[in-house]
Design a protein around this ligand. Sequence first.
Ligand code: DAT
Ligand code: MG
Length: 151
Amino acid sequence: MSSEQTFIAIKPDGVQRGLIGPIISRFENRGFKLVAIKLMTASKEHLENHYSDLSEKPFFKGLVAYMGSGPICAMVWEGRDAVKTGRAILGATNPLASAPGTIRGDYAIDVGRNVCHGSDAVDSAKKEIALWFKPEELNSWKSAQFDWIYE
Ligand code: DAT
Ligand code: MG
């Protein structure tokens, strides 16, 4: 359980529904550290690259269109076990299967409008961070809360 970085993105529906603040709060409140953030309307090519492992799926075209339909709030969050814990904070892919208390379980209904993305493994997090951010956009800083969050 080392310190990791994970790529978290508030999808166009989450941005449109005013959920940037509440979603950021969940990661901040848990104790994770924000190291990069930007609002970005992604191109078709960029999104096809981001979801390349799903290119054979019947929902791929619709997924890329939805993800490109407006700005996305792209972020990198850092902390102990951040990838796995980030997925737990998000909830299941299908919001109807997500427990209340998770982001998708509290804010979404349809799988195709599930408001938030989170990396599913340390390796994919590295790839996604490199796709969405330039190295100089990642901030290296020590949070003043660090010693109150970690033993
Ligand atoms: P996750 O976003 O939980 O990592 P995924 O990587 O399997 O899930 O799929 C990426 C996105 O694609 C997901 O957030 C919503 C969409 N999606 C997945 N399965 C779907 C389905 N059966 N029908 C429609 N959209 C789907
Ligand atoms: Mg995924």
